[in-house]
Design a protein around this ligand. Structure first.
Ligand code: GDP
Length: 321
């Protein structure tokens, strides 16, 4: 007889929003019994999602991320897509709130029947917040949400984590690209599959210039895909102009790149990351703390190289050569 399904499995797969919210709360819980239940649920619904697209979004605070997510989200939801909006905001651990916490930032999307908005999980490390967002993403897909928008706070910490859980990464920039480019870390530029010059309505000439400059800057970076070259488009999240061209770029990307292969690579990397975490925790539990402190002191005193110190910890009988 197969084991009984988790009570949330059926309503979640039927697209019930309450069940989805409860499932995410379960996955966010740090209580061990909840974690076990959440993993059962995730295993039961795994592989149910078919044609979904996971879009990561970033940009410096004030660039217009919330406004853009609302504009794109409403456009897609009006067209019949079911849209979920998630966030990775490690700072919410400190403030107790989150960039997405204030639902008035996306007033139309919040009340749209085809949309589901979930604030960033609070508490924990960036790794913990990212893991819970990743699980929330899978639960949204299981509930039938076909477009998942994952927003970051854009302060240079969470971008890599969001790029590792999404199909493509959208970087929002401003028309004054000259100044703006200096504020964007090169590493973040390298993650971008689509760049959007937002607020193009404020200065169309500057927006044209920014588009050309960004395209030139991106062409100098080492491409992270053999088949896709990052696109730069203009938009105004406020008026809605150009938002459809961003969606066109997303669709061009998803029809060009082998998404199942990309997702398998991401899952493998996630598994390896968890493995490293578990191995590290197990190691620390079993390690001789005093010996560890002694070796560290000897390394810092220059008596051992770091490599020798670590080797000796693994096999204390081995004296340094
Ligand atoms: P976030 O911090 O990146 O989430 O930025 P917000 O979405 O909160 O936007 C910051 C400010 O820029 C708000 O006052 C928005 O109304 C404004 N804004 C956003 N997009 C545009 C745009 O395309 N054009 C103009 N003129 N203003 C915009």
């Amino acid at each position: 007889m197969p084991p009984a399904a988790h009570p949330l499995t059926a309503p979640l797969l039927a697209g019930n929003r309450r069940a989805l919210a409860q499932a995410i709360t379960l996955a966010e819980s740090t209580r061990p019994e909840h974690e076990a239940q959440a993993q059962t649920l995730l295993a039961e619904v795994a592989g149910q999602a078919n044609q979904t697209v996971r879009v990561g979004l970033t940009g410096v605070p004030g660039v217009g991320k919330s406004t853009f997510v609302e504009a794109l989200g409403v456009q897609l939801a009006d067209a019949g897509h079911r849209v979920a909006v998630l966030a990775v905001d490690p700072s919410s651990a400190r403030t107790g709130g989150s960039i997405m916490g204030d639902k008035t930032r996306m007033p139309r999307l919040t009340v749209h029947p085809n949309a589901f908005i979930r604030p960033s999980p609070t508490g924990g490390t960036l790794g913990g917040v990212a893991r819970r967002t990743r699980e929330a993403l899978l639960l949204c897909e299981a509930a039938g949400y076909g477009v998942i928008l994952v927003e970051t706070v854009g302060v240079g910490q969470s971008e890599t984590q969001v790029a590792a859980m999404t199909d493509l990464f959208v970087l929002l920039t401003l028309p004054n690209a000259g100044d703006e480019l200096q504020g964007i870390k090169r590493g973040i530029m390298e993650l971008a599959d689509v760049c959007v010059v937002n607020k193009a309505d404020t200065d169309p000439k500057a927006a044209n210039r920014a588009q050309a400059e960004l395209a030139a800057a991106l062409s100098l970076l080492t491409p992270h895909s053999a088949v896709w070259h990052p696109r730069v488009v203009q938009a105004s999240a406020l008026t809605g102009a150009g938002v459809d061209s961003v969606w066109e770029a997303v669709q061009a990307y998803t029809s060009t790149v082998d998404l199942p292969a990309k997702r398998r690579t991401q899952t493998a990397a996630w598994f390896d990351e968890l493995l490293r975490e578990v191995a590290w925790r197990t190691f620390l539990q079993q390690a001789d703390g005093a010996a560890l402190a002694r070796l560290r002191a000897e390394v810092l005193a220059g008596k051992l190289t770091p490599v020798q110190g670590v080797r000796m910890l693994r096999s204390p009988a081995t004296a340094p050569e």
